[in-house]
Design a protein around this ligand. Structure first.
Ligand SMILES: *Cc1c(COP(=O)(O)O)cnc(C)c1O
Length: 357
């Protein structure tokens, strides 16, 4: 069976040597040695000032809203993984969707503008499939209306924009290190900011609000990453260049062989692709379903990321329809894309798609 992705497993002996270190120290969680080592390495890798490791990418979003003291309405994209919208709703904020651009699949700044009211406190754009949003325009809107920007950068590990990490932009960027992501720590995530005050608040919030052995300073929750997860991150980080290189070849092959049959996402010209996903758009949902059926028969299981459009979910709905997101969601499918997918397997997938169309 071939799925849309496969969790990357590093060299097992390397992982075991980290596990030995954990057993020797006896320190298995609570800001241990390996977590600190991973934080330092990732900070250097991205060239960012603060990077705080957390238990997962969903808590990274929720804690970011708390750290920035968001209130009222928050504008986000209906074309994302459900955690983006759920995290806003979970924090009792009013969720407002702004439709996407039909070529980049990212939130459309003109539509953000039209959704701003006196109650708006923030924008949560998503770099969909790792493709950088229209960062300059979004920042201008945020400055004009005094709004916070939290980028859900769950897909954007290793993406640079105008020569620096995409994570440098906005008040906060968040990452997910779930097993299915390009870089992972089994479960995990990170909060990235250049602001000292925000970083301090985040560190309090992820650890029950505890600031010292005898001091509890504020409300907080438990969103800590443990040492076994940090060990996985250290192993995967060593291999990340190879992982991305392998994925880039898979990506190039899809583009090369499928460009005349399907549409690809329009990538931001000021940045690099990280090959986290291989989304293709079909002419119609019917066409997509026929391809999916054909692939399933071969035991190949691509995923309809992101279907359905989040503005169709009854518990998130406010009666407005985001027509472009709904249209793209009905026709887009992510093809198998992971380090270790063999060329012969990929060619069979490509051939099946071409034959069906
Ligand atoms: C994966 C993902 C998340 C959630 O991350 P978890 O680590 O699984 O909690 C949030 N937003 C987007 C866009 C994602 O793809």
């Amino acid at each position: 069976m071939i799925h849309v992705t496969k969790a990357y497993l590093p060299n097992v002996d390397k992982y075991k040597s980290y596990v030995d270190r954990i057993f020797q120290s006896g320190f298995i969680t609570n800001r241990g040695e390996l977590l600190q080592e991973l934080e330092e390495k990732l900070k250097l890798f991205f060239g960012v000032k603060h990077l705080i490791l957390v238990a997962n990418g969903t808590l990274a979003l929720q804690i970011s809203y708390r750290a920035l003291g968001l209130k009222g309405e928050v504008i986000t994209s209906p074309f994302s993984f459900v955690a983006t919208a759920n995290s806003i709703k979970w924090e009792n904020l009013d969720l407002v969707f702004a439709d996407i651009d039909k070529n980049t699949f990212n939130i459309n700044p003109d539509i953000i503008n039209s959704k701003i009211t006196s109650k708006t406190s923030a924008i949560v754009p998503v770099h969909v499939y790792g493709n950088p949003c229209d960062i300059d325009t979004i920042q201008k809107i945020a400055d004009d209306y005094n709004l916070k920007v939290i980028y859900d950068a769950a897909h954007a590990f290793g993406v640079n924009y105008r020569g620096k990490s995409i994570l440098q932009y906005g008040d906060i960027s968040t990452l997910s290190f779930h097993a299915t992501k390009l870089f992972h720590t089994i479960e995990g995530g990170a909060i990235i900011t250049n602001n000292d005050d925000i970083a301090r608040k985040v560190r309090l919030l992820i650890n029950f609000g505890i600031s010292g052995p005898l001091t509890i300073e504020s409300i907080g929750i438990n969103a800590k990453m443990n040492e076994f997860e940090a060990a996985m991150g250290l192993c995967v980080l060593d291999d990340i260049e190879d992982i991305m290189q392998n994925r880039s070849q898979i990506w190039e092959r899809y583009v090369d062989k499928l460009s005349s049959h399907v549409t690809f996402q329009e990538w931001n010209v000021n940045s690099n692709n990280n090959y986290a996903y291989a989304p293709v758009v079909f002419e119609s949902e019917d066409e997509l379903l026929r391809v999916e059926q054909k692939l399933n028969k071969m035991s190949v299981f691509p995923r309809r990321y992101f279907y359905p459009s989040l503005d169709t979910l009854t518990y998130l709905q406010n009666g407005e329809s985001n027509d472009i997101a709904r249209d793209v969601a009905s026709r887009v499918m992510c093809l198998p894309q992971y380090a270790g997918l063999f060329t012969e397997q990929q060619d069979e997938i490509i051939q099946a798609i071409v034959n069906t169309l």
